[in-house]
Design a protein around this ligand. Structure first.
Ligand code: ADP
Ligand code: MG
Ligand code: ZN
Length: 465
């Protein structure tokens, strides 16, 4: 069997302040009353005219540059004609013949640890259609459909890959990497989901497109499910039909939507209300100037400048906030920064939190490392403090006092431990090292992490004579 072929069409919502062709705001869109953030343009009223949002073009250019795409000197928009209630003017304004960018690539690491480049065929800008709410069930079982035009006209950047993925897992790796790049270049809100249409074929057969999957874990699941379906068909000697399917996350399966129409059916025509747009050198330069250091560049630099291993470096650069925190800490705490960032990441992961959701500032974190660095708090105590700090950073002083070594009477604790563990004490007297280790563990535990193993051992040996 040949490996499956998978290609993605990724839709990223650009974080501009207004919609793509009208002044309706994007802020608060998710929580707004249905159809409250609309105007004649995004409702598609006859006579309304689109005006292109310059910021959306700038953000699109940044994406093109970050993904190594060639920019076109001039571009234009086209009308993609279709009849569906999510687009009341019966066409979507998108780019077809000349997209904003072409022929880029993004490197990922496959399951065997090999590097491979996923080719980016094109990226273009388009408007989002309205949101349809299927009331009373999924798709065919819905009793009626509601249309919310708040989303109509929201700027999207579509990123189309070549069919270069061989496993669903590779798409997740790609989407994660893409998301962190998009966050670095400031073109979308990390909170916003990435949506993708996922195309897949096996054994050189017809390709099936799974529409509108939200989030990269779902993309991976939807593809795995669809590959299984295609394999079953093949095992039964049935052909895979070229079609479009919908991923129903709740049922963890895809359902047929329609037999795939071809691009000709959309009858793309030049959008006459928007003229040709010259991507002036000035505009491109401005976007290029604002480009920050990208994740893979940070990765190389961290390895070179700070000598940290590639696994940790990769983990730090994935998250821009974490990377920026690391860069600040490494100046004052070069020895501790990397390992403590690692502890921080684990703690955040355990709590299902993003750094930006906590109130943990650089200042608080460096104060914590200072306590550990100067030996006022043990490493263990520092970790315990961090667990509480990610939930409530304002408790720093209180926690520092609680975990401070000087706050406790280690001699008294040691005495108690010896009193409570007579058997271990007797074993120790017969020369058992294990017994000492056990007592050390008990003392560290009893101190709530404020005493480290070395001091515990010293104190106990003193007490035991
Ligand atoms: P269309 O214009 O019909 O939508 P595109 O060439 O734009 O086709 O490709 C759309 C998506 O389908 C791309 O992400 C591409 O990688 C993917 N694709 C193309 N051919 C195949 C294939 N044989 N198997 C899986 N995916 C494919
Ligand atoms: Mg397409
Ligand atoms: Zn509007």
């Amino acid at each position: 069997m040949v490996e499956p072929k998978i290609g993605l069409e990724v839709h990223v919502q650009l974080n501009t302040s207004t919609k793509l062709f009208c002044p309706c705001p994007l802020a608060g869109l998710a929580a707004a009353e249905p159809n409250s953030l609309t105007c004649p343009t995004c409702l598609g009223h006859p006579g309304s005219k689109p005006v292109l949002n310059r910021m959306a073009v700038e953000k699109g250019i940044r994406i093109a540059l970050a993904l190594g795409c060639a920019l076109q000197e001039s571009m234009y928009f086209s009308r993609k004609t279709y009849f569906y209630p999510d687009m009341s003017k019966n066409f979507q304004i998108t780019q077809y013949e000349i997209p904003l960018g072409k022929d880029g690539g993004l490197e990922i690491t496959d399951a065997q640890g090999r590097k491979k480049t996923i080719r980016i065929t094109r990226i273009h800008i388009e408007e989002d259609p309205a949101k349809l709410v299927h009331a009373g069930g999924h798709l065919e079982s819905a009793t009626h459909v509601l249309a919310d035009y708040n989303r109509s006209g929201v700027p999207l950047c579509e990123i189309v890959t070549a069919p270069d993925f061989q496993t669903p897992k590779e798409t997740r790796v790609f989407l994660q990497k893409l998301r962190s790049i998009l966050d670095y270049i400031g073109v979308f809100d990390v909170g916003a989901a990435i949506k993708a249409d996922a195309n897949v074929s096996i054994d050189g057969g017809s390709r099936v497109e799974i529409k509108n999957v939200t989030g990269f874990v779902e993309v991976e699941k939807a593809l795995a499910d669809e590959i299984m379906r295609q394999k079953w068909l093949a095992d039964d000697g049935k052909p895979v039909e070229r079609e479009t399917r919908a991923w129903v996350a709740e049922k963890r399966t895809t359902l047929p939507l329609r037999k795939k129409e071809s691009e000709e059916d959309y009858g793309y025509i030049f959008e006459p209300d928007l003229t040709r747009i010259n991507l002036a050198v000035a505009l491109v330069n401005k976007a290029a100037k604002g480009m920050p250091e990208l994740p893979h560049q940070k990765f190389e630099r961290y390895r070179r400048e700070y000598g940290i291993n590639s696994e940790l470096a990769a983990s730090i650069v994935t998250d821009l906030d974490v990377a920026l925190l690391f860069e600040q800490l490494v100046r004052s705490q070069p020895k501790l920064a990397a390992s403590w960032i690692n502890i921080l990441k684990k703690t955040l992961y355990f709590n299902g939190l993003e750094l930006r959701q906590t109130k943990l500032s650089v200042d608080t974190f460096s104060k914590l490392l200072e306590l550990v660095g100067k030996g006022r708090v043990t490493s263990r105590g520092g970790e315990l403090m961090l667990r509480e700090l990610v939930l409530d950073a304002s408790r720093f002083d209180e926690l520092a006092a609680k975990y401070s070594k000087s706050e406790i009477d280690i001699g008294k604790l040691a005495e108690e431990v010896l009193k409570d563990n007579k058997k271990a004490v007797a074993d120790y007297k017969t020369g058992s090292r294990k017994a000492l280790q056990f007592l050390v563990g008990e003392l560290v535990k009893k101190s709530g992490g404020r005493v480290d193993a070395r001091s515990a051992s010293k104190e106990l040996e003193k007490e035991l004579g």
